[in-house]
Ligand binder design. Structure first.
Ligand code: GLC
Length: 544
């Protein structure tokens, strides 16, 4: 059995980390939902793909009000996914194949079914059990108005009113997300203690790291001020507050108590690169998702500025950058890059915006080579290696995302990027589950036969083989992964950089082909080269 402690302490600085959405990865028991036995049966695929670690979206017991981000028990596995013993086996087997495991920790809120919240509801106003959450009387003559004007991230107010045992309306509680996800009170020592123990629980079971959900939202201004009608308040009552950092310092101390570099990866959404980098100071988190890059439009100047800003922000704290194109919350890359508006923005997400999938795919291929050549580590969301598009025609009655449900459908929500993986065969469930099993929890499109792992395997022009080839080269090339880059002057619309004297990456975002810089040989290209010219929306790795 592989030993997690006997390994390279800097593994995370240049790792390629594959994101597994367990509900949609592989369904071994045929109930229509992915499970840990399914993941275990596909570990060979992940190893062949060539990734260094796996990050799993939450697998804990949960009523699934928000796809498992409503956790009822942080120390177990939901029966829909398997058992705790399955998770332990999965972690060990993945490590034996050279892949570390990162688990998802959800500290901002719990499920309304979590014992703490049930107890708080039962104990009533003024009880110590309610102090673990944000219970407050309402405003207005009869307490009929929420305590503040804060909006839920999923639409509607961020407060839900309780009902007393006699049926009369009671206090309100804070939920920045769904009403079934009450926010914890991080000023309470029991909340802090509990999460440090949860970290130890998973590190004890061989987890190499934790992904910290909604990492910038945990602490709140206890005065609970309203948000101003216009502009961003500074400091914000619940986003990116200074008192968050001592929490992560204590988590870092927990992680550092374990052998083999256990890492903290933050989900930190903040537009300010300097504020972002504060989470990555040497005694805080190791890395955080680069959402600035994920949101960046397909534009040479914007991308270059984003890369420069990212690297400049990380340099003073000594943390490696991360490069992220997609995850379980955002529009699939090939769909986004095929639209007229190629950036990502939660606020302007819309149904049925036209997309050119051939164009989007060409760009996504080029973007794959860009991200895998940039200095730092890379996150790869399941299905991106198959070039899956966003599933935009999921019928309303099949949609599950609270973002869709709470906005009355105004926001399409995130189901479209969470559709179960197509593995093989020519029609649903495409090998996701056994033949004759239950229908997948979200419907798969009818036209995915060409996108299965089986159909793409061995096809040199497929997205899957591009990723496999790039990841193989990345492992071999000492210049790739952690390090620095030097820009080369390649003219307008073109991004070109060297990683060392012998490796360069060139990406053409101009509308016409461009001449390649001097080189010895191309190593890998995202599309056919035209002699020594690089066509539009194409990237190439060069031996220089
Ligand atoms: C994070 C997760 C998202 C979830 C939310 C609430 O943003 O990525 O999926 O809905 O937190 O936990």
């Amino acid at each position: 059995m592989a030993d997690i402690s006997a390994t390279d302490d800097a593994w995370w600085r240049g790792a390629v980390i594959y994101q597994v959405y367990p509900r949609s990865f592989a369904d071994a028991d045929g109930d229509g939902t992915g499970d840990l036995a399914g993941v275990r049966s596909r570990l060979g695929y992940l190893r062949e793909l060539g990734v260094d670690a796996l990050w799993f979206n939450p697998w804990y017991p949960s009523p699934m009000a928000d796809g498992g981000y409503d956790v009822a028990d942080y120390r177990d596995v939901d029966p829909m996914f398997g058992t705790l013993a399955d998770a332990e086996k999965l972690i060990a087997e993945a490590l034996d194949l050279g892949m570390r495991t990162i688990v998802d920790i959800v500290p901002n809120h719990v499920s309304a079914e979590h014992p703490w919240f049930r107890e708080a509801l039962a104990a009533g106003p003024g009880s110590p059990a309610r102090e673990l959450f944000w219970f407050r009387p309402g405003r207005g003559a009869h307490g009929e108005l929420p305590p503040t004007n804060w909006p839920s991230q999923f639409g509607g107010p961020a407060w839900t009113r309780t009902t007393e045992p006699d049926g009369s309306p009671g206090e309100w509680y804070l939920n920045l997300f769904d009403s079934r996800q009450p926010d914890l009170n991080w000023a309470h020592p029991a909340v802090r203690r509990e999460h440090e123990e949860v970290l130890r629980f998973w590190f004890d079971r061989g987890a190499a790291g934790v992904r910290v959900d909604s990492a910038a939202l945990l602490t709140k201004d206890p005065a609970l001020p309203d948000l101003p009608a216009r502009g961003e308040p500074d400091p914000h009552p619940y986003v990116d507050r200074d008192d968050l950092h001592e929490i992560y310092r204590s988590w870092r101390a927990v992680a550092d108590g374990y052998p083999g570099a256990r890492i903290l990866v933050g989900e930190v959404w903040t537009p300010d690169p300097e504020r972002f980098a504060r989470y990555l100071r040497p005694d805080e988190m190791h890395t955080a998702f680069n959402f600035g890059f994920l949101c960046c439009p397909w534009d040479a100047e914007r991308l270059r500025t984003c890369v420069d800003t990212t690297l400049a922000a990380h340099r003073p704290v000594g943390a490696p950058a991360t490069w992220v194109l997609c995850n379980h919350d955002v529009t699939r890359t090939v769909t986004r890059y095929g639209r007229a508006e190629t950036g990502f923005d939660f606020a302007t997400k819309a149904h049925g915006v036209p997309t050119d999938l051939a164009l989007g795919t060409r760009r996504a291929r080029a973007a794959a080579l860009l991200t895998l050549a940039l200095p730092g580590s890379v996150y790869l969301y399941q299905g991106e290696e198959l070039g899956l598009p966003e599933a935009e025609d999921i019928p309303a009655d099949r949609r599950q995302d609270p973002m869709y449900l709470r906005t009355g459908g105004a926001d399409p929500g995130r189901d479209g990027c969470r559709v179960p993986m197509p593995w093989s065969g020519t029609r649903p469930p495409y090998g996701f589950g056994p033949e004759g099993g239950a229908e997948p929890w979200l419907p798969q499109p009818d036209d995915w036969a060409g996108r299965t792992a089986e159909a793409q395997s061995g096809d040199p022009d497929s997205m899957l083989e591009l990723y496999r080839a790039a990841l193989r080269l990345r492992r071999r090339e000492p210049a790739l992964g952690d390090g620095t880059l030097t820009w080369l002057d390649a003219g307008p619309g073109v991004l070109a950089f060297r990683r060392d004297a012998s490796f360069a990456c060139v990406l053409n975002l101009a509308p016409h082909a461009v001449r390649l810089p001097e080189h010895r040989a191309p190593l890998l290209a995202s599309g056919a080269l035209d002699g020594d010219r690089l066509p539009p929306d194409t990237a190439v790795w060069l031996r220089t």
